[in-house]
Design a protein around this ligand. Structure first.
Ligand SMILES: C[S@@+](CC[C@H](N)C(=O)[O-])C[C@H]1O[C@@H](n2cnc3c(N)ncnc32)[C@H](O)[C@@H]1O
Length: 279
């Protein structure tokens, strides 16, 4: 693997902050990350933000097929050349914004394993999108800024438990895979990184409408996280009346004085179902 700094210099290119371009520069780290995903010669991978191919190449060495999506058109010929040099024929690079990518079209009838050293400025948005499309995804291995990863896996009751934690933990079992320090990247970020593994739940307990209600309930509850539910829930998309909120909280068996950050995912589900039935 050519060092990303050298590759960019040869082409008179630069790493763009607005695209979160901190490239993996340590081939051992890249190899270890790919090993930890457990992919095999049957796996179809969607790689988000392939960049200069630090992960694409070790993935292509193992996987059946890789769809690599990359927004920065400047990087596509560099990666294509690296792939051609190594003789890989199982990689398709798509020059597109991942937030506009039709993931179902890529998966067709298969389930994908999603891998990505994500651009940190849009990593929450990417995660919400993957959750939306999770029926096409078997599991995902994604690298986040450490602080965001801590929020994603935070249990209820603490400062880190947030809208993102509740939505993600409803859709997937999440675990920490590895911590990566700044020295593994070029340019070096000022933050530590964490790789999380997401095993999306097979069965969907909620239908689409119920799920939409659940996500709106979580959003409304966390819109004023310092306030009790009876006050925070009147905000957000639904514009609930206070009397209605008190009624649904009671039927879900939740004390109206509690705050969003104390509710488990199961309690959010009970609340969403109570709202869905009474509307
Ligand atoms: C942190 S870098 C990782 C690059 C490479 N995978 C690596 O590990 O060295 C993030 C990559 O995502 C790309 N990117 C940023 N925003 C994107 C978007 N909306 N859609 C697809 N790729 C994006 C960047 O251009 C960059 O190549």
């Amino acid at each position: 693997m050519t060092h990303p700094g050298q590759l960019l210099k040869q082409r008179k290119l630069y790493a763009g902050k607005e695209l979160g371009q901190n490239f993996l520069s340590n081939p051992d780290t890249a190899r270890i990350i790919v090993e930890k995903t457990g992919i095999s010669k049957e796996t179809r991978v969607l790689e988000i933000g392939s960049g200069l191919g630090a992960l694409t190449i070790p993935i292509a060495r193992i996987a059946y097929h890789v769809t690599a999506v990359e927004k920065d058109s400047r990087l596509i010929p560099l990666l294509q050349q690296e792939l051609d040099t190594e003789g890989f024929k199982n990689v398709e690079i798509i020059n597109k914004d991942v937030l506009k990518l039709d993931i179902a079209e890529i998966a067709k009838d298969n389930k994908l394993v999603v891998i990505g050293n994500l651009p940190y400025n849009i990593s929450s948005q990417i995660l919400f999108r993957l959750i939306e499309k999770r029926t096409c995804i078997e599991k995902a291995f994604l690298m986040f800024q450490k602080e965001l990863a801590n929020r994603i896996i935070a249990p209820p009751g603490g400062r880190d438990y947030s809208r993102l934690s509740a939505v993600v933990q409803y859709a997937a079992q999440v675990s920490r895979v590895a911590k990566i320090g700044p020295s593994s990247f070029f340019p070096k970020p000022e933050v530590d990184s964490t790789i999380l593994r997401f095993n999306f739940f097979e069965t969907k307990e909620f239908n689409l409408e119920q799920e939409k209600t659940l996500f709106n309930v979580i959003k409304a509850a966390f819109s004023k996280r310092r306030k009790s539910l009876k006050n925070s829930m009147t905000g957000g998309e639904f514009k609930f009346e206070k009397a209605f909120i008190l009624k649904v909280l009671e039927s879900a068996g939740i004390d109206s004085q509690r705050r969003a950050e104390t509710l488990t995912v199961d309690e959010f589900k009970a609340l969403a179902l109570a709202i869905w039935k009474k509307r």
